[in-house]
Design a protein. Sequence first.
Length: 470
Amino acid sequence: MEESWAKIPGQAGKASVDLHLDLPGPHGSRVRLGLETALRDAVRTGRLGPGMRLPSSRALAADLGIARNTVAEVYSQLVAEGWLTARTGAGTTVAERRATYPGPGPLARPQAAAPRYDLRPGVPDLSAFPAGAWLATARKVLDAVPRRLLGYHDPRGLPQLRTALAGYLARARGVAADPGRIVICAGFAHGLAVTCAALRASGAATLAVEAYGHQTHRDLARAQGLRLRPVPVDGSGAVIGDADGADAVLLTPSHQFPLGVTLHPQRRREAARWGGVVIEDDYDGEFRYDRQPVGALQALAPDHVIYAGTASKSLVPALRLGWLVVPPRLLDAVAAQLTAGPSGLDQLTLAEFIDSGGYDRQIRRTRLAYRRRRDRLAAALHRRGRHVSGIAAGLQAVLELRGAGTERDLIARAAGHGLALAGLESFRAPGPGADRAGLVIGYGRPAEHAYTTALARLCAVLDRVTVLDR
């Protein structure tokens, strides 16, 4: 019998792949039939996909506790039937064939096709991620990291990153922090869920939220058992007085999302004197264009402001790296809610990226690129007699419209032209003080080569609905 396909030259001593098989029927004289049936069924149902390499006959025989010749005979039979293929030097693999098994279940089904052009807010330009510099930093870290740091670490985060962040946040955002008060989390959503759980466990019942903001964040707070109280947002930011009576308030003071206003100095002082806990979401604190950076609110009241930052906008969301600076009286309650956090290797890489100056270089480079995009957006709309607001900072601008009907019509028309847009309606919390209409235009998301076309399509759609909006 030809066995060259089962005896792979040059494979001696190399690890084989693992393969789990349930052998039906008794062993002994029927072991070959059981193995043949199990392999055939695994290929037929798709558990072994086309091109998948199988273990060598020697390895599979050892794993199953059967004779090697039995495995070789089964492989030969399935090759003859077309289930497997075998080539000298390449081993045995599952043959390419038309699938006869049911399609994937709901969780494995592909998502709806992404729009060709996307001007929705909340995501930076993913192509701007400094992959080369990040990879070089990761390699440097792996070359030098003590092996003890590759085990399970403190759920509050590795001390290397907490120390690096303490210095960076003090220098760049004016945050009053020491490493012992910093908690590393898997992005802002994780940090918010942990914070809300800690507040609820400490007896808090009500969270005040800005009348415009992420619905996901409101859902997270509600899932932790907190009642929500929306507070109005006007040209001076959130109306702090309307949060009286709540146990905590969630604010975006440096650059309100999505409206883009900065919390007025008087209201910042009100927030600093406010009796409850303030959660400060500094989601895009590094991106300032036409003014001096507004420092973190936390510096005014570090004893009752929880500062939250993230690398999702400055780097990419996929890293899932965020941080909380927690007042001493709440630190134990927050730490008690931590069960898992970001990869330790990613934490060490970000720490080195900050210490080496790579993070600052990335911020300066992307700040310049996003400012240019913002200028192009504002200029294009200005030529059409339209003006956007909230553009002194951040990655989005607001184009006010006359009513919700115009907003919905414009978004629908844009979708018909392959352009995704978001309206204020999708960020509105139920309740009074939230009746504005408009587009929230995210100019950070498209790759550079797609931004020009996305902007042209936006202008074309706006031109078609001019009569509806005026």
